[in-house]
Ligand binder design. Sequence first.
Ligand code: NAP
Length: 243
Amino acid sequence: MSRPLSRPATVLLTGATSGIGAALLDRLLDQGHAVLALSRHAAHLPARAGLHPVTADLTDLAAIPGLAAGLLAAHPGLSVLINNAAVQHARPLTDPASQPRHLIEESALNLAAPALLVQALLPHLLRRPDGVVVNLSSGLATFPKEAGGLYSATKAGLSSFTTALRWQVEGSGLLVSEVVLPLVDTPMTAGRGRGKIAPELAAAAILRGVEARRETIRIGAARALPLLQAVAPWLGRRLLRGN
Ligand SMILES: NC(=O)c1ccc[n+]([C@@H]2O[C@H](COP(=O)([O-])OP(=O)(O)OC[C@H]3O[C@@H](n4cnc5c(N)ncnc54)[C@H](OP(=O)(O)O)[C@@H]3O)[C@@H](O)[C@H]2O)c1
């Protein structure tokens, strides 16, 4: 079993234009990997060696199988999928500004799109000795945020999906990693929260975790969550409710 990312790999990274995705993109390119950098505005990324921008809207769920097939045909060396793109509409349903389209976007982009990408790429990834799937979850998968009910639920769903996927491919050599992040200083968290970590730090920790073949990559304050859940779940709920 090869050590992931120890040799130049071809990586499909969603949400590569901002925040943690942009930091992952920089680091992967610096390390000499080829990156299919997917987002709605990928065409705006400055050209760099190894960068292949992929302009796509992942809320168009029906288009994902065809999109993935096209990427595989053009990049048969693809071995790593990083499901990073997500959106958060931090607004309680009691807020009149909360719209049906917000819920549709969150559930499609954060949960259905990663599952569809995995489904489309799985036969290919299972044939490779160096296959990796990385799904970005959150501490809010464990303790939800009051104003982000559906966002938290999509992250809890992605976490469950990741565990079940790992069981489905057990023994195949495919690494399936879940990343549990604390608050990171990105456009998603602009104007809220304290003690945020830099996206560059998050990206470095994610890639170190993948290189070490870790199934669960907990970063910073997110490392305390399993203990909190076991010993004082009421405290966890209180701490993350207003996150
Ligand atoms: N920031 C945090 O504190 C934090 C904490 C826990 C977990 N996370 C998770 O970490 C990941 C990255 O978060 P972030 O804070 O870096 O977010 P971000 O800065 O808001 O970036 C989101 C990315 O998703 C892309 N995107 C949005 N809508 C899209 C669509 N319809 N189709 C394709 N791409 C789309 C955006 O690019 P375009 O606009 O160009 O499409 C952008 O590149 C997410 O999964 C998030 O849930 C973040």
